[in-house]
Write a protein of this length. Sequence first.
Length: 149
Amino acid sequence: MLKQLQMATLMAARGWRYQLMGAYDDGLDDQWAYKSFVTSDPTAEYLLHTNWDQENWNVSGIYLYVGTDQLRFVRNSIPVRLETVPPRLLSETMRETDLFEGVASVGNDPAWVDQGPTPEARNYWQSYSFGKLNGFAKTRKQVLESLLP
């Protein structure tokens, strides 16, 4: 679960196209954020959705949180196999989506537990903030331990 305004700011700074979702958009629950690339014709698409209580928006009617779903690449609106995506393009796109997740995640906010709109959201926050490290996180920890005194 991501803080929508923070995520949208990061996306805009990196050339992604995304329109804020809110209480004003007649129930729009899903949206594909996308990024086109100068050096390649596949477009990256990142599915974001809202599924929170109708009371979780700011004074402008913008939803405070969005959930993430799939990341895919398309050509002429048709999904392409990952094997056909240039490796550097795939790597950079994955790096950017990891940035969105890492920076805008509610898991980074120690006070957020009281703001969770649903039990599932509160459970996510608890697991993200205090759960056991997964394989990726363990590797990251080992690398950081070797780099930092």
